[in-house]
Structure formats: structure tokens, C-alpha cells
Design a protein around this ligand. Sequence first.
Ligand code: 2AM
Length: 171
Amino acid sequence: MANRLFFAIPIPRSQHFPLLRLQTQFEGMGKPVRANNFHITLAFLGNVNASSQQQLLTRWQSLALPKGQLQFNQLQLWPKAQVLALTANTCPAPLYQLAGALQRDAQQHGLHHSHHGFRPHITLFRHAGQPPPATALAPLTVDYQEVQLMLSEHTPDGVIYQPIKRWYCHD
Ligand code: 2AM
């Protein structure tokens, strides 16, 4: 049995409202991601078997990241993935370095190979096909306080994400 895993920053409930408002503003652009699933992917690992998962957790036992903020300011369509995402064009160096290290580690250990570097984004819609209207967005600040190793599961109610491990950011 393999688990579909990814490292991500979950978006805390207290920061859902502006994202839900954007989903309302751009209604019809695709299938809205449910609020409980809002996240920023740092590294997607694909299907990972039990022993690889154990080794992964051992390697990243002391994962550390200072608390920080991301400013999201653009809606972008990624046509290949059919995703409409809120993107940030700057990123705190420690977060950028961590995402790169997680992606390289995955590649070195035979897990998913990402073709892009880290692009901080929050997917708002899936099955999206049209570019968003060129509306200026008010910058949206997201404070991040933790990183999770998440398990993605298909259920009859749709995809759900569950944390397998959480690392709290330090001051
Ligand atoms: P995203 O919406 O932030 O891009 C769990 O499957 C999560 O991993 C998805 O929500 C998606 O995050 C990301 N993901 C899924 N498949 C991926 C892939 N092939 N490459 C990179 N990220 C992927």
C-alpha cells in the first residue's frame, strides 16, 4: 500500500475568508477547492510506500522553518494542470530554501520529480480552462506557522487531506 503524500503549509481557518470571497468573485471559472483543503504545496511526493515514508520522516525529523508571511497578489491559470491559483511573486528565503530542499530530497530518493522550482500558490479552482479577467487584486497576506506532511485520499465525498506529521514554525 502506498500513500499519496505532499509537504504543505495549511491555510488556517482564520485566513479562509478572503479566499472564499475570491472564489465567489470568480465563480464559474472552475471547480472551487473546498476551504478545508486550502494549502500551499512545498513538495509533492507522489505515491510513497510504508518504508519510504518511514525513512522520509526520519530524514526530516528536525525540519525547521521560522514563522513568516507570503503576499499573494495575482490569479494565474496553469492550463496544463487546469488550475486557477493565487500566486505570490516573492517568497521569504527560508521558505524557498526549505521547499527546494524537500523537492531535491524527493528526487534523490526516487520520489516525485518536480519539473518546476517552488512557486508559492494556493489553488482556488480545479478543472479551470479560461484565463482570469485582468482584475487587479488587493494583496492578500498569509501568515504561516506550520508545515505538514499531508496524506491525500480520495473518498466518495471528494479528496481529503490529513496531516501525518506537523512541524511548528519557530519565532
Ligand atoms: P496544488 O493544488 O498546490 O498544486 C495533493 O495532491 C496536492 O499536491 C495537490 O493539491 C497539488 O497541489 C499537488 N500536486 C498534485 N499532483 C502534483 C504533481 N504532479 N506535481 C506537483 N504537485 C502536485
